[in-house]
Design a protein around this ligand. Structure first.
Ligand code: BG6
Length: 515
């Protein structure tokens, strides 16, 4: 939360979060991420008057594109991908902030030109030299861009201005490559200039998980091994690979979702309270969680990790192709589109409490949720009416719904009206939309603004990224060293493979239905 002289000090009102004047440079200006996420988010910020008055977006791309054509493309993208949160009536004035320039990642001259263009924009519009670089490009190009920025001196802030760089996931392909990337980026930019974005951290509900835990007194005393039986974290997706077969083939569910998004949510769920909500204090606590994860031994990989691939099936009554039939996917692919794993945390709070994480494409529902399953009562004096037939009164559950239908629900047993003393599970709910009567901001809105404000709390730090890779390395190595001929399968439109059910059943539990 370092503030520089151009930034307004944050207080508790939204308008006080308007950053100081700056230029945002987007590498990959015509790419998918820019169109789907960055421009809609920037427009929404603009429409809410959350962007600085003096602000320019310079999109750079490998092709030649005039400002006019760039603006038109971004308008089309906005019309297609905006979430409709803000209407488009301010598009014309917004689009005047958009500029476009050519770039060749391998040419120093091209970066010298970029520097001149930035200088010209600063002079023409009297904007100080505050620069936010956004790498919305394939990871293979990250290093060239970083090094070229360094070579022409665009990494160094001058005259008290600031320079920051946002890097998208994936940060590396494994621990070694993540370390190498961090190291090489670190040769050019100081750590406090680097913002590694994980868009899950920008989701309102992921932040609310922190508020729920650390702004309330009643949950923390029971948030531990004495009361919690186990924790389930699910990120289910209905989509397949959506034309990203080429990327996904090299990635798979473990790298694409678990290494980053799910492990971040896991850390938010398990971390200790930081001394204050400050980027370093907060990230220190998350790193401690990662460091406390019990290493998975190579021998136990098959019993604590499940991977699978979807086959042809039905989604909402419509037939959809199997993964191997998707564009850009090898017909004999062994890439997992589903992964589930069990983790243990070796510390006083969590010893003995399993955390089960799962994610998959082509599941029946798009839903991300954290469920804390509490221990059952020690002795039962009433009859249960769960319909489960086992006569046991079901455990209390606390479900934090991250998306969609964002909210929190608590399940407990209540007496069924009537003569007897039968107990049935009922649910107490808080739901965001009806409580606050507002559409939630897209994660990118929050994170782009945070980066402009110099607040890195919701961005991954280098050691957090490396530690999360470290947790998964035994799994990746075991998979690589003992190749299989086929992966377990699940039908598109189902909740995943039987092996994932078995993973839970062996421990006497089951995946809770994400309603
Ligand atoms: C991305 C993954 O990081 O997150 C995608 O690369 C995935 O494969 C997406 O679909 C999920 O994000 P969200 O916000 O739609 O849940």
């Amino acid at each position: 939360m370092n503030k520089t002289k151009n930034e307004v000090k944050a207080t508790d009102t939204d308008k006080s979060r308007i950053p100081g004047p700056c230029i945002m440079v987007i590498f990959g200006a015509t790419g998918d991420l820019t169109k789907r996420k960055l421009i809609p988010a920037l427009y929404d910020l603009y429409a809410q008057k959350m962007l600085p008055e003096k602000f320019k977006i310079l999109g750079v791309t490998r092709g030649e594109l005039s400002d006019k054509d760039f603006r038109q493309r971004m308008k089309d993208a906005h019309d297609e991908f905006s979430n409709g949160k803000e209407n488009a009536d301010q598009w014309d004035t917004f689009s005047e902030q958009l500029h476009c320039g050519p770039i060749d990642y391998d040419s120093r001259d091209s970066f010298e030109n970029l520097k001149k263009t930035l200088q010209k924009i600063e002079d023409d519009y009297t904007i100080p030299g505050n620069h936010l670089f956004y790498l919305a490009i394939p990871p293979s190009a990250y290093l060239s861009v970083v090094q070229q920025l360094g070579a022409v001196g665009l990494n160094k802030p001058v005259n008290g201005d600031w320079t920051r760089i946002i890097i998208e996931k994936p940060i590396g392909y494994d621990l070694e490559s993540a370390k190498e990337l961090n190291y090489k980026v670190g040769e050019v930019f100081a750590e406090d200039q680097v913002y590694r974005i994980d868009h899950f951290l920008g989701k309102e509900t992921v932040q609310n998980l922190l508020a729920f835990r650390f702004a309330n007194g009643i949950f923390e005393p029971i948030w531990n091994r004495h009361y919690i039986d186990h924790v389930q974290i699910t990120a289910g997706e209905t989509v397949g690979v959506e034309g990203r077969g080429g990327y996904y083939e090299r990635s798979g569910a473990l790298r694409d979702m678990i290494q980053n998004h799910l492990l971040q949510v896991f850390a938010h769920t398990a971390m200790e309270a930081p001394v204050r909500f400050d980027a370093d204090a907060f990230r220190d606590e998350k790193v401690k969680v990662f460091e406390s994860v019990k290493p998975i031994s190579r021998e136990e990989v098959d019993t604590v990790v499940v991977r699978a691939q979807y086959t042809r099936g039905k989604m909402n009554g419509k037939e959809v192709p199997g993964y191997k039939e998707e564009e850009g996917v090898d017909k004999n692919s062994l890439t997992e589109t589903y992964a589930a794993l069990k983790l243990h945390i070796n510390n006083w709070r969590w010893a003995g409490v399993p955390f089960y994480l799962r994610t998959g494409k082509r599941l029946p529902k798009r839903v991300s949720e954290v469920i804390l399953v509490f221990k059952r009562i020690p002795h039962q004096i009433f009859q249960s009416d769960t319909g489960m037939g086992d006569g046991e009164i079901d455990a209390n559950l606390l479900a934090l719904r991250l998306q969609p239908d964002e909210g929190i629900s608590l399940r407990f047993g209540a007496k069924v009206p009537g003569q007897g003393m039968k107990i049935k599970p009922v649910t107490m709910k808080f739901d965001y939309e009806s409580t606050f009567n507002t559409k939630l901001a897209d994660a990118y809105e929050r994170l782009i603004l945070d980066a402009m404000l110099g607040d890195a709390a919701l961005f991954a730090r280098y050691d957090g990224v490396e530690e999360s890779w470290r947790i998964l390395m035994p799994v990746l190595e075991a998979w690589q060293n003992a190749p299989v001929k086929e992966l377990p399968i699940y039908e598109a439109g189902s909740w995943g493979p039987v092996e994932a059910e078995e993973l839970m059943r062996r421990d006497g539990c089951w995946w809770r239905e994400c309603l």
